[in-house]
Design a protein around this ligand. Structure first.
Ligand SMILES: *Cc1c(COP(=O)(O)O)cnc(C)c1O
Length: 218
């Protein structure tokens, strides 16, 4: 029952944390069902699927691009995307800035930081992160709202906790040292179905939850 799963997750999340329902691979009817229950933030990781769902579903949905985004595909989502979670290169940041200008809007983004032990996951290292942060002032049509990270897929809770707390520390440092208006650097996107409670304890303000709401993906 998607209603029950949704209400269970909702009640586990405190008010100051935004729930992004990760609907990748799931059909439009299911998204509409959650929408009718009041959910407005949905996350997708494929551009083509995101564009299709945006076309077919109510226009007041906030669409989050949570996956790796190829530079040449930014143009397809620039007119409507609400938040891009996974900026992981200067090249991508510049392209988002360019496409935002073309669409006469400012696009909100997060910088994806590599925090997991596995090196298969995308994300910036410390040096790359600081390079991008120092370039943000040049990108007038991008508003950097914070950081995003994915913890290791492991059982060891203390390791996951450490990865989240490291990310929170980087977030706080950047917020203090690099923003004239710290109040607009206010989103820390961390936590998925398996680890969102831990993430919230460590300071997450936005969780991305798929399978715990929609069921396992095939
Ligand atoms: C799929 C995905 C999620 C959701 O994962 P679940 O374990 O199903 O909650 C969160 N974040 C990203 C970046 C994803 O690709």
């Amino acid at each position: 029952m998607i209603e029950k799963a949704f209400y269970d997750i909702q009640s586990a999340i405190p008010d100051h944390v935004v729930l992004v329902a990760v609907s990748k691979t799931k059909p439009e009817q299911l998204i509409k069902k959650l929408y009718d229950l009041g959910q407005k933030d949905f996350g997708e990781n494929k551009v083509q699927e995101l564009v299709r769902k945006h076309d077919q579903l109510p226009k007041d949905i906030n669409w989050h691009m949570i996956g790796h985004l190829q530079t040449n595909k930014v143009k397809y989502i620039a007119s409507f995307v609400s938040l891009i979670h996974a900026v992981d290169s200067l090249k991508l940041l510049k392209e988002i800035d360019k496409q935002a200008k073309k669409n006469h809007r400012v696009i909100d983004v997060l910088l994806q930081v590599h925090i997991a032990q596995e090196d298969t996951k995308f994300g910036l290292n410390q040096e790359e992160l600081m390079e991008i942060v120092s370039y943000l002032d040049e990108c007038k049509s991008v508003r950097c709202r914070g950081l995003m990270g994915m913890a290791s897929f492991i059982e060891d809770k203390s390791q996951i906790q450490k990865e989240f707390s490291d990310l929170k520390q980087q977030f706080d440092e950047i917020k203090t040292n690099n923003f004239h208006e710290p109040s607009t650097f206010d989103i820390l996107s961390m936590g998925m179905s398996g680890d969102f409670l831990l993430a919230i304890e460590e300071g997450s303000t936005m969780v991305r939850i798929g399978s715990s709401i929609f069921g396992e993906r095939s």
